[in-house]
Design a binder for this molecule. Structure first.
Ligand code: ADP
Length: 244
């Protein structure tokens, strides 16, 4: 049996809280994937973890399958909303996060550069009955950022597809379309209350350094998101939404 991988002491210290997210148990029928490609089938089997209302008409394209935040993780992230908060979701995709924010925050500004993603996100939000709490914007987050006002910025930028898993460490320069530092700075000009959903193998020291881009350094909390016993991603909270 392969030896269990131990996390280094430094990496362990960086995690303030390990959040276990209970998966939604369903009996699955492998191969019953409505003609989804073999690449997507693995994700299709987890469809109710991605959207509990999947069967009610959720729309997703191939990229959406890889990049949507599982619903219970998105719901936990949305718990950080405070009274009356307006949340900016910079890379909305098919709307998994925007829907959960809309259910718990005052209002959401959901941005995506791809009009088809916005169409799917709008459809998906209507299935959850939260469409009226979301303003959908088609555009480049970096170009729109200087004109946006909000209390929390949520960032789940492109990780570069599923191949991120093959790296031992995912460095912030690999984020698309710009590196993590440029992204963080664009968000920081809006608010210090920033949430980033990042690959599970992200370089945590680099993540911690983002908080030093402010003076005094921003409060930071790093959370590991576990679903079905697998670490799905890492959420980093900065500013007032980070628990001390
Ligand atoms: P992943 O690599 O995690 O699979 P995606 O490539 O699916 O991520 O990207 C996530 C979302 O971000 C997509 O819906 C994509 O259209 C959107 N996106 C990419 N670049 C920008 C941008 N500059 N501004 C806003 N949305 C963007």
């Amino acid at each position: 049996m392969a030896p269990k991988r131990r996390r280094s002491r430094k990496r362990r210290k960086l995690f303030k809280r390990r959040v276990k997210v209970k998966a939604v148990p369903r009996a699955e029928e492998p191969g019953d994937g409505e003609g989804v490609s073999p690449m997507v089938e693995k994700y299709w089997l987890q469809r109710f973890n991605l959207f509990s209302k999947y069967d009610e008409g959720i729309k997703m394209d191939e990229e959406g399958w890889f990049s949507v935040t599982p619903e219970e993780i998105a719901a936990r992230q949305a718990d950080r909303c405070f009274g009356g908060a307006v949340v900016i979701d910079g890379f909305t995709g098919v709307g998994g996060n925007a829907i959960q924010f809309a259910a718990k925050c005052n209002h959401v500004i959901a941005i995506d550069i791809d009009p088809k993603k916005i169409e799917m996100a709008r459809n998906n939000a209507s299935i959850y009955g939260v469409e009226e709490y979301i303003d959908f914007l088609i555009g480049d987050f970096f170009q729109l950022a200087p004109f946006l006002k909000g209390d929390i910025v949520f960032l789940s930028p492109p990780w570069g597809g599923p191949t991120y898993k093959l790296r031992s460490t995912y460095t912030l320069d690999l984020l698309k379309p710009k590196d993590g530092y440029s992204l963080f700075q664009a968000a920081q000009n809006i608010t210090p209350n920033i949430m980033m959903y990042l690959p599970r193998n992200v370089d945590l020291l680099q993540v911690e350094q983002l908080s030093w881009l402010s003076s005094p350094p921003l409060q930071i909390q790093i959370e590991e998101n576990v679903l079905h016993g697998y670490v799905k991603g890492i959420t980093v909270y900065f500013g007032d939404i980070a628990s001390p």
